[in-house]
Design a binder for this molecule. Sequence first.
Ligand code: CP
Length: 534
Amino acid sequence: MAKNVFKGRSLTVIEDLSIDERRYFFRKCYELKQAAISNDKAKLDEFRINDKDFGIYEVFLENSTRTKESFRNAANFHHAKVSELMTSSSSINKGESYADTFNMLTGYDNSIFIVRSQVEGLCRWLDDESADYTRRNNLPVKPAFINAGDGKHEHPTQELLDEFTFLEDNGMDFSNIHVALVGDLYHGRTVHSKADGLKLFDKVKVDLVAPPELAMPENYLEKMKENGFEVNVYSSIEEYLSGNHDIAKMWYFTRPQLERMGERILQKQDILRESITFKKDFLDRIPVGTKFYHPLPRHKEHPTIPTWLDSTDLNGWERQAINGMYVRIILLAIIAGKVGDDYVAPEKEEKVVADEDYIVKVDVSGKKNEKKKVYSEGVHPIENGIVIDHICRGDRPDDIRNHMRLISSVLNIDSDRGGEWISRGSDGAYKGIIFRPGEYELTRKDLKRLAAVAPGCTLNVVRDGKIEAKYRMHMPPRVYNFDDLSCKNESCISHPSQGENVPALFYRTPDGHFECAFCGKSHGFKEIWKGGKN
Ligand code: CP
């Protein structure tokens, strides 16, 4: 029998399950729900874990009703045990780290942790840490971690139930979707999960409806476009309904996340809410058959989906919340290995990944007999040393100068002889040059640091007045293992202010940014260093 690919897996972001795995998952959710509706006890039993030693451990460091209680009820369905950490009286409040707390609970033979926190990327970090802890202590099983919502980052299990509800209303058709995301798209983690979540559908059109203060963050907008979605932006429901364009039949509302807003935005909350609240006179301007969805809760005094809509055909949000339990039953079942044996992964095309050359050595052998160059603007060639050229080509001189300071500090050549220069090419573009006379033996690690802090530059190693070696630097695909890296998101588990000693780790994105591996925040290459701009 093929190995169950789901068993023991964590779900820290929606992309932890592939598109094909999610399609299988939703077919199982559908089967389960049909069995529940028809009260087919034998069929329901096929999904049950039925193992009293199997259990979930709920750790909710932020408030919750639906996620927490639907997991609890899903565990009850499985006859599995449910434990809960009383976070308000735990030693986290005495300054214990998350890693120590969860490692301890791992030692008490727990299978699945369900974690909600305002700290972004927490589950991803705990998943890594618990692997080490499990190994160190010869524990039989590494626990799985399910992200039940982390700050304004992601809410992958909500994404699963949202997708399942869209599919129910789409006749379980994966071919296309047109959905409007309406509300606080800036702080709402459920809409951020949609940037990757909606990849489930072959063709995706997304209409983003939010005032500029609550607009979708740039990195998620970029990700949607990279994922091939057609994206349109509107500043209010009124504007969305006024234009000459297709109006989506699926509207996904998300509430203003008052608890995550700064004072400046909070002061404007009434005006902002106005632009994303549905009104009676909109009713005859929406397509026939429209459905509204909402992850809930909605605010009792200021609901953006008013309660007079509850008894209309627009109401998709109540069934959506009910689906939360079915989806979480299947999630626990696949992680326990109860469901998933019949999943056959599609044949993957063997990708030949060449060792990526982000440090490209340039052949300088033909240049040995070149005539001596005539240098302009006072740069006197050095006999021995290094010259870093083409720094931040095209930027403004003051930005280039600031960045050259950071490069010197990152390479630890601050206190050496030499200098910095800004020159202008024949195309009029400015570029920076750092030169340091002396003997330099740069290691591969030094070159990687230079590539990460100054992609696009060239490094010349000069000996006896000749260029002995020349390198062109490009952005590395991963940057990690340097003490002076730092994610700029203060809510990220790897941010120094969290005090969790989590080493920063960045991945390069297709659009030339570095994305934090924990919270997903997108950074320019100048921003990933402790001394870099914010
Ligand atoms: N949708 C959702 O996550 O609800 P709770 O905050 O009540 O869990």
